[in-house]
Design a protein around this ligand. Structure first.
Ligand code: FMN
Length: 393
């Protein structure tokens, strides 16, 4: 099974990751990983840090001559902030010393991990909480996910995401979205992300894209922040990944777990999701037909998953991201030392990270789909898997 571990702080020297369980013989290049990392760093609404933080992965093990070896793959990503500001971050993040000469951060941001993190770990300084809870960590998660994504690509499974809503601007309904997305995903979900990447907010509708940019500009001027809703499509998934036989083998549950495990994500839907709760069954369930010697569905409101298993239709996942907690315009909070009400403090931050978060989600779900695939068709090498897996059968 594929599993990975990340380590590192936002302003420490680097992020480190080890992914293991990737079969041998999967083509992986630094460029493949860099592409996903670059996508994670591009999008309207980003903060100052992204302007100088260009992630290039260093691969330390597990890949030889462009192919995975079957062994653990270790990677690192330098934090440019640490290197660029050498008078500051190496001192603030020093391994040695007692930190008595370093200014403590004592003003927690509502909506962030700050306050509860200090209570839980008994810190009198919020800095260690800020450093590890930061979404900078998603850089390494994307790097690990990008490798799983290459395995999926080799068996014809593609993933692509796009933005549905930023703040108050978004599509009106399911059918409007399907009319734009379904024709694009017919030739594979990568077509969805490639088209969405043309927009600086990763929205496929040009008019909505422009309105979303205006919405972000407006909130930026106020010193405010925004979240929104995104959709991920996965194509080429054979029927029968996941299982109904036990709760923790359900594919939808596994997908929700990794999405909710990502910073700022507050909800997940599969297919029609929450909308299905307000409709009668006849307008929710997809009628089954038998065509071209295959069982198919007339519609895909289930979003490609029934009974915790992929049903052969494209998987459609939506998620909601809350507005960024760090805001230029202060709100009330309480100093953890003095217990007095104070304004929140501002540290360089995004206004709306949703266009970048879509890329994070595409990559964090890749290992879940890859694991479900390996469970059914797995082998030690890609060649062995391809002998076992015949999508036409
Ligand atoms: C791609 C991405 C970028 C983010 N950028 C910021 C940021 O610049 N400032 C900030 O306060 N929060 C940012 N967040 C959100 C926080 O990391 C998140 O709200 C925090 O860790 C608390 O976790 P929770 O929202 O899941 O409760 C970002 C999240 C993601 C996914």
């Amino acid at each position: 099974m594929i599993r990975y571990l990340t380590s590192g702080e936002s302003h420490g020297p680097e992020l480190t990751g080890i992914i293991e369980g990737i079969p041998a013989g999967v083509p992986v290049s630094v460029d493949d990983i860099s592409l996903q990392l670059a996508r994670r760093q591009e999008g309207y609404g980003r903060g100052g840090r992204m302007a100088f933080e260009k992630d290039v992965p260093k691969i330390h093990s597990g890949i030889r001559f462009g192919l995975t070896s079957g062994g653990p793959i270790a990677m690192s990503l330098e934090n440019r902030a640490y290197i660029k500001d050498e008078a500051n971050w190496p001192v603030v993040m020093s391994i040695d010393g007692d930190g008595s000469d370093i200014e403590k951060i004592t003003v927690p941001r509502p909506g962030h991990a700050d306050l509860v993190g200090t209570q839980k770990y008994r810190f009198d300084d919020i800095r260690p909480v800020i450093e590890r809870s930061s979404a900078r960590e998603t850089g390494m998660r994307v790097a690990c996910g990008a490798i799983a994504r290459n395995l999926l690509k080799a068996v014809g499974i593609e993933i692509g995401g796009h933005v549905l809503r930023v703040g108050s601007v978004g599509y009106d309904n399911w059918n409007d979205i399907r009319a734009i997305v379904d024709p694009l995903s017919k030739s594979g979900a990568e077509n969805v992300f490639k088209n969405a990447d043309e927009s600086e907010v990763r929205c496929l509708d040009p008019k909505l894209s422009a309105a979303m940019v205006d919405e972000i500009k407006k909130r930026r001027k106020e010193g405010n922040s925004l979240g929104g809703v995104y959709e991920i499509i996965i194509t080429g998934v054979p029927a029968g990944l996941g299982s109904y036989v036990h709760w923790d083998r359900k594919l939808d549950g596994q997908l929700a777990h990794v999405i909710m495990g990502t910073q700022a994500m507050k909800g997940v839907e599969i297919g029609l999701g929450f909308e299905s709760g307000g409709l009668p069954g006849s307008e929710v369930h997809d009628e089954i037909i038998y065509r071209d010697e295959n069982f198919q569905r007339k519609t895909n409101r289930a979003g490609g998953i029934e009974g915790g298993m992929s049903n052969g239709m494209p998987i459609i996942i939506r998620g909601v991201m809350k507005p960024i907690p760090t805001m230029l315009h202060p709100i009330d909070t309480v100093d953890i030392n003095t217990k007095e009400v104070v304004d929140t403090r501002y540290e360089r931050s995004d206004v709306c990270a949703l266009p970048r978060a879509v890329v994070v989600i595409e990559n964090v779900i890749a290992p879940v789909i890859a694991n479900a695939f390996l469970e059914k068709f797995g082998g030690d090498s890609l060649d062995e898997i391809l002998e076992r897996y015949n999508p036409a059968s």
